[in-house]
Design a protein around this ligand. Structure first.
Ligand code: DP6
Length: 320
């Protein structure tokens, strides 16, 4: 009747932006991500017949804001007639600030809930359930470089390359803390309905996926760097050209990009990517990680830095 799972966030190198089916939360495009190592979310789910409603604590503080989404996810995994649950979530990094906390949360929740419900589910079944809760969550089920693909009226995920087969580093430059103004679910819909660039984004995505997949297969950092930055900037261009416009960047975000460009000019193996928030994720070769960290730390407006390698997918934590 209980289960605990741990999952790490993932950062998309080829982004998911836009939905083809809102009801089922199906992405309009495939995506490729890297699962991180040091950042994590731990979810404990305990079904309890005595409870009248689900209860949630986040980092030991009662929370009702996130609860409806978690309840819906539990209903999908365990069925709506399930007993109510006590859910305890702990997260070692800022929540809802563009660091993919929903990805690690829903990946961990799906795995923990399946265990608590006594269901042995395959990766694709877990991906389908996690993806219904949050599109990017399905990718955190697996480690290393992960591709999410659309299959019929569902999704599937597979590993392109294990974390230790190409051990890149990620330096996260935090330029602002606190939750984002517009959630990505809503922002994607505004983009789909109003951005003049949305259609060409969808049209070109397959090409970007092909390029990134080939770069990962051959460990071609330079090609991966160019395609990831291109894909990221295209995604933000969609948002900037939406009505209302959505600009997640702040002045320090831009300064971090300039720092990365300067490092690239000095021959440092690094590239940037940015999601629906102002933080900059600098993906780099491990031998350049301390140089990248020092340069971003010295960038005006950076309030904190997190460093991580690539890690494994969501897994159960077996307690005594
Ligand atoms: C910019 O997975 O948070 O990080 O499915 O609506 O929950 P929902 O969206 P979410 O969106 C992630 C958007 C992104 C790009 C990416 O991770 O691929």
């Amino acid at each position: 009747m209980q289960g605990t799972a741990i999952a790490q966030p993932n950062i998309a190198l080829i982004k998911y932006w836009g939905k083809r089916d809102i009801e089922r939360n199906l992405p309009a495009v495939g995506s490729i991500s890297i699962t991180l190592h040091e950042l994590n979310t731990r979810m404990h789910v305990k079904f309890d017949d005595a409870l009248a409603a689900d209860v949630l604590s986040v980092n030991d503080v009662p929370d009702t804001k996130m609860l409806p989404r978690l309840t819906t996810c539990l209903d999908r995994v365990a069925g709506p007639d399930r007993p109510r649950a006590r859910i305890a979530s702990t997260c070692n990094f800022p929540i809802a600030a563009g660091l993919a906390s929903s990805a690690s949360s829903f990946a961990a929740l799906t795995v923990a809930a399946a265990e608590a419900a006594g269901k042995a589910l395959k990766v694709d079944e877990l991906a389908s359930l996690a993806g219904r809760a949050s599109g990017s969550a399905a990718r955190s089920l697996l480690g290393g470089f992960v591709e999410l693909v659309n299959v019929g009226d569902d999704i599937a995920c597979h590993t392109l390359c294990d974390a230790d087969a190409w051990p890149l580093s990620v330096v996260v430059a935090i330029t602002a803390s606190g939750p984002k103004a517009v959630g990505s679910t809503e922002a994607m819909e505004i983009s789909r309905k109003t951005s003049p660039f949305y259609a060409s984004w969808i049209e070109q995505q397959e090409q970007d996926l092909d390029t990134a997949r080939a770069a990962i297969a051959t460990r071609d950092f330079a090609t991966l760097a160019v395609i990831a930055e291109y894909n990221c900037l295209k995604m933000h261009s969609i948002m900037w050209a939406s009505r209302p416009p959505m600009v997640y960047w702040n002045a320090a975000t831009m300064r971090c990009l300039q720092t990365v460009r300067k490092l690239q000019g000095q021959g440092v193996g690094v590239f940037f990517t940015i999601d629906a928030g102002p933080q900059v994720k600098a993906v780099c070769l491990p031998e350049h990680a301390t140089t990248v960290e020092a340069a971003l730390r010295a960038t005006d407006g950076v309030v904190d830095i997190m460093m991580t390698g690539l890690g494994e997918g969501a897994r159960l934590e077996h307690c005594e």
